[in-house]
Design a protein around this ligand. Structure first.
Ligand code: DCP
Ligand code: MG
Ligand code: MN
Length: 327
């Protein structure tokens, strides 16, 4: 599978404008439905092996409707999209889009800031009283958090994580999921998943994750906290004088580990497809469990899952290696 904007993708210019429209719908219009539609179309075009020559040809692909097919025609005929030109010329849309790039600032907060006169990152640095802790850290590391993380750096972080967890208890299991597990050469953040055989669903995780985070702080890997719950940590880490990186850690019950690994490996579009397929086969799949839907609509008991392949088998979905899930 190809990255929607990678150069080997012969349709990458379409994918770029579709991704830009997607971001606009999410950040400015807060229309997640359109956001998903544009992303789905971009992903389908990115996977298409030949150059699309007309809107009509694109329309034949699953995920490209009338409106997007018209945009492809306009782009082919004029080399641009009037809708995007208008968005670029709109100062408030541009500012909202920019501010949502700060970790912790969502579309609603971005709009509020823009309405209060904040137009740039520089403006934001002068208006920090309007920001919470997460947003302040996001702003502080704005440049670093936008940098992609090379694979070998994540490998190094993985080694440190595993060593520290092994120190706490040799029974910890750690999987770095997300784009890294899908084999990407670089990632936007680090998604670490933890489990321990003594922690199973229904148990109270107590302060287990906090103990982990404290150990990672003590060894110098974790440098910032954004948020810490009993099963979810969002923060940052840093190796030597390299950029500060976003790190997410989730603690998951041992019996739910494979469903969690599957979910956090993604991609999010792959997850959507797989969940839809599961539903068609009569199962609900989420980050915790796979359960039969049940005749009364009440989900049944979680199915016994011993590995990721089990999940594919139960719903009769052809197995895909993590590398094949980047659609
Ligand atoms: N995920 C999901 N739906 C979401 C968000 C996340 O299914 N709305 C799952 C699939 C993602 C995984 O969580 O692959 C990790 O989320 P990230 O945002 O970290 O995405 P990636 O790791 O895939 O990409 P990146 O390299 O940008 O971090
Ligand atoms: Mg990630
Ligand atoms: Mn993440």
């Amino acid at each position: 599978r190809k990255n929607p904007s990678s150069s080997e993708n012969v349709n990458h210019d379409f994918c770029e404008f579709l991704s830009e429209l997607a971001e606009y719908e999410k950040n400015v219009n807060r229309n997640i439905y359109k956001y998903n539609a544009y992303r789905k179309a971009a992903s389908v075009l990115a996977a298409h092996p030949t150059r699309i020559k007309s809107g009509k040809e694109a329309r034949a692909l699953n995920g490209v409707g009338d409106k997007i097919s018209k945009k492809i025609d306009e782009f082919l005929q004029t080399g641009k999209l009037q809708k995007l030109e208008n968005i670029h010329n709109d100062a408030s849309s541009t500012a909202i889009n920019l501010l949502t790039r700060v970790s912790g600032i969502g579309p609603a907060k971005a709009r509020q800031l823009v309405e209060a006169g904040v137009q740039s990152i520089e403006d934001l640095r002068k208006n920090t009283d309007k920001l919470n802790h997460h947003q302040l850290v996001g702003l502080k590391h704005f440049d670093d958090f936008e940098k992609k993380i090379p694979r070998d750096e994540i490998e190094e972080i993985e080694k440190i994580l595993k060593a520290q967890l092994h120190n706490l208890s040799p029974e910890y299991e750690v999987t770095i999921c997300g784009s890294y597990r899908r084999g990407k050469p670089e990632s936007g953040d680090i998604d670490a998943l933890l489990t321990h055989p003594s922690y199973i669903s229904g148990d109270n995780p107590k302060n287990r994750l906090e103990t982990v985070v404290e150990a990672l702080e003590r060894c110098g890997l974790v440098t910032e906290r954004l948020s810490l719950g009993s099963t979810k940590f969002m923060g940052a880490c840093q190796l030597k004088n390299l950029p500060t990186r976003r790190l997410d850690i989730r603690l998951t019950p041992h019996d739910q580990y494979h469903c969690s690994v599957l979910y956090f490996t993604g991609s999010d579009l792959f997850n959507k497809d797989m969940r839809a397929h599961a539903l068609e086969a009569g199962f609900t799949l989420n980050e915790y469990t796979l359960r039969p839907v049940g005749s009364t609509g009440v989900p049944g008991e979680p199915l016994p899952i011993t590995c990721e392949e089990d999940i594919f088998d139960f719903i009769n979905f052809p197995y895909k290696t993590p590398n094949e899930r980047s659609k």
